[in-house]
Every structure is written in structure tokens, then in C-alpha cells.
Design a protein around this ligand. Structure first.
Ligand SMILES: NC(=O)C1=CN([C@@H]2O[C@H](COP(=O)(O)OP(=O)(O)OC[C@H]3O[C@@H](n4cnc5c(N)ncnc54)[C@H](OP(=O)(O)O)[C@@H]3O)[C@@H](O)[C@H]2O)C=CC1
Ligand SMILES: O=C(O)CCC(=O)C(=O)O
Length: 488
């Protein structure tokens, strides 16, 4: 089916070469669908390796930024073509490393291809404006320059799309990059880097260093030669990374958690709403920052919606993402499984009522994987942990309300503001939701997850550093504006 081979040993990619960690240490990357399967061996790098990668990126920066945007774009077009050709292999690495189903992994890989092509095209677009000067003899305009070396710290939940949606704009606008992937998905990251290598990217322009976040991620954030850090991951780590980068006067961008609500209005198409809630909340085992976790339902349709939702949840087939019949794979790691189980326990302890799931599945063929049943609670109050904290698992909290105004107020009662949906046919309700919902993505009659690569992506409140990624918004982070005043 694909050229992917298990149990290979992968290296760091520094200055155009695949090199072992200086310590020689590696660690196994294991399959969350079967803890006994070693997907590959990945470097357990130290600060010495990171320093070499940053030095290589710094040395490559001068000639890379001097290329035209079109020339840089050609490398991205080539990388896209290679990734497209190797999509099955890359997607298989992803499914085996972090558990999402193969069709989802393939879809994400093809999204990576599309992102590369989008940013390749950006190399031909404008980078400034002419601004009238008060001096009639002068020409005043803006231009943009790259930051220099950009550090990318990426999570495991979108191991192809996120590194690419950070690295591709960094590269097209003339930066060089050091990527620190999540150690859980370092094999997938190495596969992506192989595509750039095959595309002929010059040495040092894109480097990969695998190792613990507390070692490599924090050293990258603190490195004096790294001019910008773009991070996606947890709030706790994101805040620490932001503080470290701010302290040395460099630029940072953080995309963090969500506690995303969906509102089901009394006039909603309930079948569509159930489909969007299941897909938004449970696909990828709920491990998306845009995943639906709070389901706010107008009381008039609460029972009807609940019945339809539970019937669909019942039909969900858990299993290894590589086998065709599986709809939902395991949690990405044992740690993630334990986090989800502890939230389920907390939900019960705090008085919520379990309607479905709540445990690991009992079938023997799933016993070696980090599986958890899709779980639905009702009786959830806004103060409870499962209504406030990001679980990052397949857990839905049902919350009834008496009106759309109350639904929006409840939806906004969160420290997070990433994505939010409403299912309704009433234009007034749609407009109130668009106006009053505090979230970076507001979606009408569509699930909370699923972002489009050409549109800005980011959150309000604690969900982000208030910057936006993707689409043309990316230029704001990856470049600095220079205002130029010219007089003869
Ligand atoms: N917004 C989102 O898309 C994501 C949110 N999360 C949330 O975070 C929770 C925990 O997931 P987890 O993977 O541990 O997320 P982390 O925030 O720990 O990891 C994200 C990235 O940061 C790295 N990292 C870890 N510690 C540091 C550090 N001290 N300095 C710099 N970088 C560091 C990680 O490396 P490594 O892990 O390899 O050591 C990884 O590459 C999830 O349950 C979920 O709630 C997680 C992933 C994505
Ligand atoms: O919903 C999506 O497609 C993207 C989600 C995302 O960026 C994340 O989970 O980190």
C-alpha cells in the first residue's frame, strides 16, 4: 500500500545532512494502536545538536533571503510534488505514530501539499504599499523583510499540516527554519523533511532537531540567534515559550487550546447538527484544538437531539487507523489516554451524568492500544472541570439552555476563544452569534473543527497570542515591515 517501513532509524536533518544526535542516543516511537509496535527510532538530541542546527540556519539565511520570491516558491512547488507522490507513505507514518485513521492522515497530508502550493504562489505576490508622502519630491513605500532564523515548535496532533503551515510561510518570506517536532511524531516529521531534501532545498534552509521539548524546545525559545518562534501546543508550555522569547526581545506566535462550543438552536436541522457535533467532537479522537467539547442545546430540542446523538455515538467503530473499518483510533499516547480518563473521572466526581462511554473498550483486540470509548456527559455545569478545561479527547458535555442569548452567554463563559459553531436556520440568530461570540473562528451550520489554509486561523482570549496563522495573515508574523522614504 505504501513504501513505509517499520523500525527504521531516523536522524536529525542539519545543514542538508542526516546526522545522529551528538550523544548517539535514540528512542523508540511506538504505535498508540499497539504499544508493542515500534514505528521507528528517533534521535534524543541535546542542546549541542540544536546549536548546530541554528548555526546552519543562520549561515543559510543570507543567500536564501536574497533569492526572489519566485525562486523560493519553486522549491516549495517541488516539495509539494514530492509530498504528493509520497502521500501514502507519509500518511501511514502518521497513522502508525499518532493513531488518526489513514483517510484522515491522507487528507491531512494532501492539505500539506495544498499549503505548500499556496505559499509557493505567495512568492509572486505584493509585499508592500506606496504611501503618499507630505514631501512632493519623495517616494514613500513599505517593504517587508524576513525575521532571520525562525524556530518552529510543533505538536503531535497535526504532524504534517502544522509544521508545514508554519515552515512554508516562514520560508517563502525569506526566513530559514529550525523545526522541533513533537517527539511522539518525529518519524512523520523526518518523512516530511525527506520531501524537502528531495526537492533540492539548499543546505541549512530547513533543519530538523528531534528531542524532548523541555530540552530542545526551550533551548530553541531561548537561543539568541533565533529571531522568531512559532508554537502550537498546550497553554502551559505556550506561555512559558512566549515569556522566554519576549524576555530576549524576539518575536513569538502561540496557538494553544480551545474549549469549543456548538450551539444547537431549536430550529436547527438536528440530523445535520448531530453529524457536525460527532465529527467536530470525536474525529481524530477529539485531539484537535478546534474540537467541539461543549454542546449547548435549546431545551425545546434537548431530548430529540440527545436521542439522535447517542444513537450515532453507539455506531462509532473504534480500531487501528490502518484498518478500513475504523472510524476512531486510539489516543495518541498513554499519557494522553490517562489525561482523558482522569477528566472522565473528574466529571463523575463533580456530579455530571455519564450517558455513553466513560471507559477503555473491553474488546481484547484493542487491549494493547490507548483506546477510550467516545464519551457523552449531561448535567454539566459551567463551573465543572469538564466544561472549563481542554480535555483533548473524545468527550462531549451536553448543556441545556432556554434561549439563544443564554446559549451565547454560556458559550462565552470560557477562558478560551478559538472556534465556535451554531446550528440554526434563523438569520437573526446567525447574526447575533457572529456579532457576540468571542472566538477567532465562528461557523454557521458547520462543525467547529476544520480550518481552510487560505483563511486566517487563530483564537481570542487564552487560545492564542492574538496573532493569526495561515492565509495571507501569515505574512504579519514572518516578516517585519520597513517604511522606506526616498528622495533624490
Ligand atoms: N493547540 C493544540 O493544537 C494542541 C494542544 N495540546 C494540548 O496540550 C496538552 C498536552 O499535550 P502535549 O503534547 O504535552 O503539549 P505540549 O505543549 O507539551 O507540546 C507541544 C510542543 O512543545 C514542546 N515542548 C514541551 N515542553 C516544552 C518546553 N518546556 N519548551 C518548549 N517546548 C516544549 C513539545 O515537545 P515534546 O512533546 O516532544 O517533548 C511539543 O513539540 C494536550 O492534552 C492538549 O490539551 C497539545 C497539542 C496540540
Ligand atoms: O481544525 C483543524 O483543521 C486544525 C486544528 C488545529 O490547528 C489543531 O488542533 O492544532
Amino acid at each position: 500500500m505504501s513504501a513505509f517501513q517499520l523500525e527504521q532509524t531516523y536522524n536529525n536533518f542539519i545543514n542538508g545532512e542526516w546526522v545522529k544526535a551528538a550523544s548517539g542516543k535514540t528512542e523508540p516511537s511506538i504505535n498508540p494502536a499497539n504499544r508493542n509496535e515500534v514505528v521507528g527510532h528517533v534521535p534524543a538530541s541535546g542542546v549541542e545538536d540544536l546549536n548546530q542546527a541554528v548555526a546552519a540556519a543562520k549561515a543559510a539565511a543570507k543567500s536564501w533571503r536574497r533569492l526572489t520570491g519566485a525562486e523560493r516558491g519553486n522549491f516549495l512547488f517541488q516539495a509539494a510534488n514530492v509530498l504528493e507522490r509520497r502521500a501514502n507513505e507519509v500518511a501511514e507514518a502518521m497513522t502508525r505514530e499518532m493513531g488518526k485513521t489513514f483517510p484522515e492522515a491522507k487528507g491531512e497530508t494532501m492539505r500539506g501539499v495544498a499549503i505548500l502550493r499556496y505559499y509557493a504562489g505567495e512568492g509572486m505576490r505584493k509585499t508592500g504599499d506606496v504611501i503618499p508622502s507630505t514631501d512632493s519630491e519623495a517616494l514613500m513605500f513599505t517593504t517587508r523583510v524576513p525575521l532571520g532564523v525562525v524556530g518552529v515548535i510543533a505538536p503531535w496532533n497535526f504532524p504534517v499540516a502544522i509544521p508545514i503551515w508554519k515552515a512554508a510561510p516562514a520560508l517563502i518570506y525569506g526566513n530559514t527554519v529550525v523545526l522541533k517536532p513533537a517527539q511522539e511524531t518525529a518519524v512523520t516529521a523526518a518523512k516530511v523533511l525527506e520531501c524537502f531534501e528531495e526537492a533540492g532545498l539548499p543546505a541549512g534552509v530547513l533543519n530538523l532537531v528531534c528531542g524532548k521539548g523541555s530540552v530542545i524546545g526551550s533551548a530553541l525559545a531561548e537561543h539568541p540567534d533565533v529571531n522568531g518562534i512559532t508554537f502550537t501546543g498546550s497553554n502551559e508550555v505556550g506561555k512559558r515559550v512566549g515569556a522566554a522569547v519576549l524576555a530576549r526581545g524576539a518575536k513569538y506566535q502561540l496557538e494553544m487550546g480551545g474549549k469549543n462550543p456548538v450551539i444547537i438552536a431549536a430550529d436547527a436541522d438536528l440530523d445535520l447538527a448531530v453529524e457536525g457535533t460527532i465529527s467536530g467532537g470525536l474525529k481524530s479522537t477529539g485531539q484537535k484544538c478546534t474540537a467541539t467539547s461543549r454542546v449547548i442545546i435549546e431545551r425545546k430540542v434537548y431530548d430529540a437531539f440527545k436521542e439522535k446523538l447517542l444513537a450515532k455515538v453507539e455506531e462509532i467503530r473504534l480500531g487501528d487507523g490502518m484498518s478500513g473499518g475504523s472510524w476512531m483510533g486510539p489516543c495518541a499516547s498513554e499519557g494522553q489516554l490517562n489525561t482523558v480518563l482522569s477528566y472522565i473521572q473528574k466529571g463523575q466526581d463533580e456530579g455530571a451524568v455519564l450517558l455513553a462511554g466513560g471507559n477503555r473498550p473491553d474488546s481484547p483486540e484493542l487491549a494493547e492500544g490507548f483506546y477510550v470509548q467516545p464519551t457523552v456527559f449531561e448535567g454539566v455545569e459551567s463551573h465543572m472541570s469538564i466544561a472549563r478545561e481542554e480535555i483533548f479527547g473524545p468527550v462531549l458535555a451536553l448543556m441545556p439552555v432556554d434561549s439563544i442569548e443564554k446559549a451565547i452567554a454560556l458559550a462565552n463563559d470560557s477562558d478560551y476563544g478559538l472556534s465556535a459553531s451554531i446550528y440554526t436556520q434563523n438569520v437573526g440568530s446567525m447574526l447575533s452569534f457572529i456579532r457576540d461570540m468571542d472566538a477567532g473562528l465562528v461557523r454557521i451550520n458547520a462543525e467547529t473543527a476544520g480550518v481552510e489554509l487560505q483563511a486566517p486561523f487563530g483564537g481570542m482570549k487564552m487560545s492564542s497570542s492574538h496573532s493569526r496563522e495561515q492565509g495571507q495573515a501569515a505574512i504579519e508574523f514572518f516578516t517585519a515591515i520597513k517604511t522606506v522614504f526616498v528622495k533624490s
